[in-house]
Design a protein around this ligand. Structure first.
Ligand SMILES: [Ca+2]
Length: 327
């Protein structure tokens, strides 16, 4: 007991108590040397950040690991479709102004906000410092890819963002992965792509709908969105179609439609044979469904790398737009 007390006293005497998280010392050195943060500030954030088992549990079972036929109904349902129509109508002036200004179809902007947060209703209840520290310092070993460095980097970005936007870091809330606000921006994206659209001098992705909606559109615009260009088209795979042409992980279009048709995949819609596309294969209950996806689809995967996510955005946007035209 006495030995423990001495140890605790020693620990308290060590400046910064860098042992709060495994690797915290190296993290702090990097934050200070490479990013110019103050050591005392970094240490205060690390001391405040708390490991959360529920965050580790959540990263172990992301929705994106489901097959398409289970993933689709999470986003393609009446609640989310109706919600999108209501959101668009209620904020039509803003949505249309942003669509025009950034050159992104309004239904795509609405659908992303719908998939991310049910139109701003669910923006996440984890403290962002807990989310990023838990995944940055305690990323579960058994997952195929170790993304701890990514999340530790985002924690540094979050501290920089806090300085720039005067955020009370310990109070900011977001998803289990540290995504924030109506459009769920991770800190590096917030810093790089968030815009102040209401002109009050701050980029506020929680309280300012103009900032949040414009930031989603700006993100897509800056990643190369081309208005009026196709996103994806249902395709038919003939018997013996080349499975090596099916994309995995990277949906950057790499083959011409002509080459894909030669390999067994063709779209029902008439499109230029030299247009580049990727082949997406989706797991339906009893078969595979195929799509040809284009550059704009790839841009949506820059928002969230899962092709299921991008397909949900595409289908939700089309359904919302279809019903808006009808009404
Ligand atoms: Ca603003």
């Amino acid at each position: 007991m006495k030995r423990l007390l001495v140890y605790l006293l020693l620990l308290a005497a060590v400046p910064g108590a860098a042992s709060v998280h495994p690797g915290a010392e190296e993290f702090t050195r990097r934050a200070v040397e490479e990013f110019g943060l103050k050591a005392t500030q970094v240490e205060a954030v690390l001391a405040d950040a708390t490991y959360q088992q529920s965050i580790v549990d959540a990263i172990r079972r992301p929705a994106e690991s489901k097959p398409w036929h289970e993933y689709r109904p999470i986003f393609l349902n009446e609640r989310r479709i109706d919600g999108g129509i209501r959101f668009w109508r209620e904020h039509a002036e803003l949505v249309d102004a942003v669509a025009e200004r950034f050159g992104v179809e309004p239904q795509i902007i609405v659908a992303i906000i719908g998939v991310e947060t049910l139109y701003g209703r669910i923006t996440g209840s984890y403290r962002v410092i807990d989310a990023l520290a838990t995944l940055g310092f305690y990323y579960p070993d058994e997952l195929s890819r170790d993304r701890s460095a990514f999340f530790a980097g985002e924690l540094i970005q979050f501290m920089l963002l806090g300085q720039e936007e005067q955020l009370p870091l310990g109070e900011v809330r977001g998803s289990y992965a540290g995504a924030m606000g109506i459009g769920q921006f991770i800190p590096s994206s917030y810093r790089a792509y968030a815009v102040d659209f209401d002109g009050n001098g701050r980029r506020d992705l929680w309280q300012s709908l103009p900032d949040a909606v414009a930031s989603v559109a700006n993100y897509l615009h800056r990643h190369g969105w081309q208005p009026g260009e196709p996103v994806g088209e249902p395709a038919v795979a003939r018997a013996g179609a080349d499975p090596a042409l099916v994309a995995s992980r990277n949906y950057k279009p790499a083959h011409t439609l002509e080459a894909l048709a030669h390999g067994g995949y063709s779209a029902a819609a008439p499109l230029e044979p030299d247009r580049l596309a990727a082949v997406l294969r989706l797991e339906e209950e009893d078969r595979h469904a195929y799509w040809l996806t284009f550059d704009n689809f790839y841009v949506i995967t820059r928002y969230n790398r899962s092709p299921l996510y991008a397909m949900a955005v595409l289908q939700l946007s089309e359904e919302i737009a279809r019903r808006m035209r009808r009404s």
